[in-house]
Design a protein around this ligand. Structure first.
Ligand code: AMP
Length: 444
């Protein structure tokens, strides 16, 4: 099953009612004329992040976050963005006090939106787009959600135990609030389903791997898709013409090799633990470390899981998971912070080298997400010494702070090095809207 490419251009004000074929060739009929808004929901285990966008010009109408759901000190922060002068977020509102569960959280979000005249009952709302972390091998494209799709997301819980249950809770709650509205799942894994089998396979017994769905799926796909496409735009080329290494460096971090718009390798695997050094995750590690910790240190599997996911990476090496803090300490001469920085950079360099080899020809290396967009020292250090690969950074360009996509390599460099801010919510909204507003056919 493959979808046609999702358009990213602005759309006309009137969307006609249309039939939307889903992944399993079932159909949903969208309900409204002039429905151009999309609500994007990113449901975590104890949080919900949301944005409401108008797809005529991709503008943000509102954004917010509910956190610590189920605790006494839950908090909702809502920012209306649709009316000047509040377009700068000046009209921010906050609620504190217990929000019992995801249903209560979404109801509170709906109330806040309604206060701004943006309620979920508005005929202008075209769809709700949900970030879903794991789509396995089946979901290679954004998919209109029905019972069968929800059952499959549930079947994938064993390979995404932290994320898929929370995503499902968000979907169920949103469906109960607006059962008539198309709801679309946009999968973090989808962009990586183009990886060739030899990049997706672990070299373990095939029967065991297949019986337990063990393979490299990759994550952050929405970001890698968006950023690689934007990089092609920055180079003035069609995505099919460029080979890009995307370095998504946030609290979680992953690299991908994208050839002609298709992902051919990525650093995360069965779970988001593999690959780069992250804020709290180890990234690549000899699997025998796990046997050793169990046999010699007497740790349980859950303790090792916690160690590698929550107490490793930058925080394990230095005590801090925030790159700003690490850099501050490095400047003060702190040895552990320097070690953490050096391990982080060394791993990044290895992936840049590996993906240069995988791609053969590299047109651009691009940095994105919290660290990639903001930490000039990380960008400079990770390409330092890679002149043989055609890589260099211009110090003046690298020092510029900007929210815009920009080139930071010198004009003479063989490979462009760039910073391209990611926008996963916009990508989810665009993919969702394209699916519900177009009468396009997906191959079954
Ligand atoms: P994300 O997961 O993309 O939101 O990225 C979050 C991370 O970005 C934080 O944990 C910080 O380590 C990092 N970050 C944000 N701002 C800066 C900055 N100005 N300099 C260095 N790192 C930053």
């Amino acid at each position: 099953m493959r979808a046609t490419a999702v358009p990213t251009t602005a759309v006309p004000a009137t969307a006609v009612p249309t039939t939307v074929p889903t992944e399993g060739a079932r159909s949903v009929t969208t309900h409204a004329t002039r429905a151009t808004r999309v609500l994007v929901l990113n449901s975590g285990s104890s949080s919900v992040k949301y944005q409401l966008l108008d797809m005529r010009d991709s503008s943000r109408l509102a954004a917010g976050l509910v956190e610590r759901i189920g605790e006494e000190n839950s908090r909702l922060v809502h920012t209306p963005l649709h009316t000047p002068p509040a377009g700068d977020g000046a009209g921010k509102r906050e609620r504190t006090g217990r929000i019992a569960d995801h249903a209560a959280a979404l109801e509170a979000v709906a109330e806040e939106l309604a206060r701004d005249g943006l309620g979920l009952d508005s005929p202008e709302l075209a769809a709700i787009g949900h970030r879903v972390v794991h789509g396995g091998l089946r979901f290679t494209v954004p998919t209109v959600i029905d019972e069968d799709v929800m059952a499959e997301i549930e079947r994938l819980v064993p390979v995404a135990p932290l994320h898929n249950p929370a995503n499902l809770t968000g979907i169920r709650t949103a469906r109960s609030l607006r059962p008539d509205l198309p709801q679309v799942a946009v999968f973090d894994t989808a962009f990586h389903t183009t990886m060739p089998e030899y990049a997706a396979r672990y070299a373990i017994d095939v029967e065991t791997a297949d019986a337990h769905r063990i393979r490299r799926y990759g994550f952050h796909g929405t970001s890698h898709a968006y950023v690689s496409r934007k990089t092609a735009e920055l180079l003035g080329k069609d995505p099919s013409e460029v080979n890009v290494i995307v370095l998504h460096l946030g609290n979680g971090a992953s690299a991908s090799a994208v050839a002609g718009g298709r992902c051919v390798d990525t650093s995360m695997g069965l779970t988001p633990l593999e690959g780069l050094v992250m804020g709290t995750r180890s990234g690549d590690i000899d699997p025998a470390v796990i046997f050793h910790l169990k046999r010699v240190a007497g740790m349980s599997v859950d303790e090792i899981d916690e160690l590698l996911n929550k107490k490793s990476g930058l925080v394990g090496l230095s005590g801090d998971n925030d790159m700003r803090e690490i850099r501050r300490r490095v400047e003060e001469g702190d040895e552990r912070a320097k070690l953490a920085f050096d391990v982080y950079i060394h791993r990044l360099k290895k992936y840049i080298g590996a993906y240069s080899a995988v791609l053969g020809r590299v047109d651009a290396v691009v940095f994105t997400a919290g660290v990639g967009e903001n930490a000039a020292e990380v960008r400079e250090a990770s390409v330092a010494g890679l002149e043989q690969l055609g890589l260099a950074v211009d110090a003046g360009r690298n020092a510029v702070r900007s929210g815009e996509p920009r080139i930071i390599s010198p004009d003479s460099a063989r490979v462009v090095v760039a910073v391209v801010p990611t926008d996963e919510e916009l990508e989810i909204a665009q993919q969702t809207f394209a699916l519900v507003s177009d009468n396009r056919t997906l191959d079954a």
